[in-house]
Design a protein around this ligand. Structure first.
Ligand code: HEM
Length: 406
């Protein structure tokens, strides 16, 4: 199995001195947009772009900004010579790889998945019954995506805790310890996860059912099919791509609706149809994301001369608050026109394949919860710093207590 864990890690230029400063990274992003929209970091030999159009260009234009990169800011697994690997490839080879995986993400699959996601959400919200204080992160945002993906892949949901543990070890870049130690842990988690999934794939080959692994076994393009190993690796990749991201989206929705703009919860309770648009505004306003690429040929498209082989980071969250694209961008406004043009799901050939699933999970989670509880408030003792954890997006909520009333 040809798996590597990030060769040379790019250290971040944003050096926040506390988790709260990191949570409020939008001030720093604004500063960079206004003062250093195209910024070269000589220590790391990395370019950084902060404006909406520039971020979009980096994500779209693989001829100038390739995904076949030697360096990255996250030590995620790379399965380089393998069709399960979408991340480290460019068109045209990327197209076929993506098309095979996309066989499991059709609009029809999404329709079939909806009742399954609803049933899982109902169960989680039912478990909150009788409690006056609920930690929404631990009770809903964390368990929902991992149970959903285990169910959709077709692996036993009783194994969700160990699956979550493997997924965290593999894809969270911020563990304590030396790089060697982190790599060793990741290798081990990868091996264990691989050995867990492999027999499941073999079994399903003999008995195809209604799940993503079976869809990937069936998938065929120009006579090409995925091997067992590629199906296992694709499944691991989906967990990595979808778990922490969707957890953050759901948690951040509650934060925006109750803290950034506290009138929102009531508005959504009165009109559920506003929920999808509110989710788009959270994706634009409070979702930390950045992506990296390598410069494929010398270029001066952004002004200064950038050299082939240098790394470039596209600061998606900075683009999402660029006033050239969004009026009054620092305002959280669920009625905003065109907020779905945010870049949080990427842009161009690598646009997130799981975006419709993530949107559906968030919509169902919020609607089910909001329908159940008429009033929600934050405990008086709430202090943000007690509820933050270091994460891929610098700082995310590890807990968020809510006081609820039916
Ligand atoms: C809020 C939740 C999510 C966010 C913010 C998010 C964000 C992204 C972004 C920014 C990319 C583009 C990466 C690049 O340009 O290099 C991406 C790609 C991808 N995402 Fe998501 N994602 C989310 C949820 C999911 C889910 C639930 C799944 C599937 C279960 C998923 C599967 C993928 C896959 C397979 C790709 C690779 C596409 C390609 O390279 O062609 N994502 N995602």
């Amino acid at each position: 199995m040809d798996v590597q864990f990030g060769n040379v890690i790019i250290n971040d230029i944003a050096n926040f001195d506390s988790l709260e400063a990191a949570w409020d990274c939008f001030n720093w992003l604004k500063h960079m947009r206004e003062n250093h929209p195209v910024y070269y970091d000589p220590n790391e030999d990395v370019w950084n772009v902060f404006l909406y159009e520039d971020v979009k260009r980096v994500l779209h234009d693989h001829t100038l900004f390739t995904n076949k990169k030697k360096r990255s800011f996250i030590p995620i697994p790379r399965n380089l010579n393998n069709r399960s690997n979408l991340n480290f490839s460019d068109p045209p080879e990327h197209q076929k790889r993506r098309a095979l995986l996309a066989k499991a993400f059709t609009p029809r699959s999404l329709k079939d998945w909806e009742p399954r996601v609803q049933a899982i959400t109902d169960e989680l919200v039912d478990e909150m019954e009788g409690r006056r204080e609920i930690d929404i992160v631990q009770s809903l945002s964390i368990p929902l995506p991992v149970i959903v993906i285990a169910d959709l892949l077709g692996v036993p949901s009783k194994d969700r805790n160990i699956i979550k543990k493997w997924s965290d070890t593999l894809f969270y870049p911020y563990e304590q310890g030396s790089m060697d130690e982190i790599r060793r842990k990741k290798q081990q988690a990868h091996q264990e996860f691989f050995q867990y999934l492999y027999p499941i794939v073999l079994e399903k080959r003999h008995q195809l059912t209604d799940d993503i692994i079976s869809d990937l076994i069936r998938a065929e393009i120009d006579g090409e099919r995925l091997t067992d190993e590629e199906i296992v690796l694709s499944s691991i990749g989906l967990l990595g791509a979808g778990n922490e991201t969707t957890t953050q989206l759901i948690s951040n929705c509650f934060y925006c609706f109750l803290i950034d703009k506290p009138s929102t919860y009531k508005e959504l309770r009165e009109n559920h149809d506003l929920i999808p648009k509110a989710i788009e505004e959270v994706l634009r306003y409070r979702f930390f994301a950045k992506m990296d690429r390598e410069i494929a040929q010398d270029t001066n498209v952004f002004g200064p001369k950038m050299k082939k082989g240098q790394a470039i980071v596209a600061w998606i969250s900075a683009g999402n608050r660029d006033e050239r694209q969004f009026a009054s961008p620092e305002e959280f406004d669920i009625y905003r026109k065109g907020n779905q043009s945010h870049l949080t799901f990427g842009a161009g050939p690598h646009f997130c394949l799981g975006a419709p699933l993530a949107r559906m999970e968030a919509r169902i989670a919020l609607k089910t919860f909001i329908k159940r509880y008429s009033k929600v408030s934050i405990p008086k003792t709430f202090r943000l710093q007690d509820h933050l954890i270091k994460s891929v997006s610098y700082a995310s909520l590890k807990s968020f207590p809510l006081i609820v009333e039916k």
